[in-house]
Ligand binder design. Sequence first.
Ligand SMILES: [Cu+2]
Length: 529
Amino acid sequence: MRSVSKSLLAVLVCGFANVIAIAQCPNRPAPGSVVHDPFSISSTNGVLSAELTMKHSVDELGYNHYCYNYKTGKDTVEAPTLRLNRGDQLELDIKDRIEDDDAAAMGLMDQMSSPPGKPCGDTGTPTVASTNVHYHGLNVPPKCHGDEVVKTLIQPGSPGFHYKIQIPADEPPGLYWYHPHIHGFTEFQVNGGAAGALIVEGMDKINPEVSGLKERVFVIRQQFLVPWIPGPYELTLNYQLANYPNYPSPVIQMKPGEKQFWRVANATNQDFLPLQVLFNGTPQKLKLIALDGYPLAKSRDEETILLPPASRAEFIVQAPTDSSIVANFQTENYPTGPTGNPDLQQVLGSIVISNDDDAAPATKPARPSPSVSLASIKFAGLDKQKPTTQRKLYFSEEFGGINGPIQFYITVDGQKQKVFEPNEKPVITTQVGAVEDWTIQNRALETHAFHIHQIHFMVLEVDGKPVKNQDLRDTIEIPFWEGPGHPYHSVKLRMDFRDPTIAGTFVFHCHILLHEDLGMMHKILVKPQ
Ligand SMILES: [Cu+2]
């Protein structure tokens, strides 16, 4: 449930009553058109160097969109896919050129306190027009100019900020993504806009089943008219409106009987996506290859792949053999509990048989990735490690009346419930070398999605029972509490802090972005050895 103060609500409603379209973001594809992959940029000679400019648009219906604009030399595209090999260097310059921002100009956002300690990047107070970047899923240092989100601040109009991130040589090949992560305002910028895919090459080396298959990159985004206010939302597939409520579906072209390798990111604010491909209403088998950018130990057939917000799935889809079959890529209904928002069934795309070659636009193909085996990537053999510590954490919500929850907490069992403050001390301190088992309960009447930066974790148990597939994840759903008389749902996760390069302070939080913005987040300190 979304909550918002009455005064804020009043200003928001008035503020958006008279919409003046502002267009700083590229035009979005027309409903019902053929879906193209995002423009992609590949590393050359071990370096991917690019400049992205954060901008802002308000469309004629009043939807706010933030965008990572990239100049291709021909035109401007948004949120390119960044493609790197393991060991490559990502050199990303981010400029914040958000202008004419209704929300910021009217001063209606609660301003957050300045980041603590020595600043990283610009100084001043974070607002909805400030930005930074989180590289979701990458197992890289939480350092300034790396994947650091608590102190890193990029202010509108400033010269910009340089990220320099080396993809570890043993990084799992797979689909990652990047998005802004300014505490208090993340949801606004991700809302239908600022989020892009990042691919670490080499999946075909681990799993030859995908070799030679045409690859598709699909980024699913969600847009609310005004984030923080409950109401209808729209899903988009690579920025094209999905079939809700009255739009023609995006068209996904496939050749008859063709197998394709789909790499799908849930870049929504808060939508849990049970993904299916249906032929004449019957769910088809999808060959699941990887989850959250981590190749599965063994590929497996699934009819429904549940992606919590921020999660990714990579799977093989086979097209129907003839055009008389109605084929759809869709998300199912997903119940999120009495205080959760409804996550509704929607067709994300119609699969249309076509012999057109719908090649993805790109600078150039990535050079071949070096060979790699499952046994040599990060977190391999984690199931055999002995945990050094056990911890218990829980999600909870506090009510303030009939309008639903007003406080969102994630708490280490035994500590006081509190919302995140940028200058808080870490609630967990551990050290490099630790392997910990965390049991995370959901005591709220709403499903939450646990995410931790810098590492993947292994799923050991769900509701106290060992799981069949001990997948490595970076985001996982924990279903809502059904109420008195029912047990809390829980997951048991193995957290791997052995890698010395991830030493430092970073965060874990709910990936329902409103919850994160309202403080369902805390810091962990991993001390160097
Ligand atoms: Cu949550």
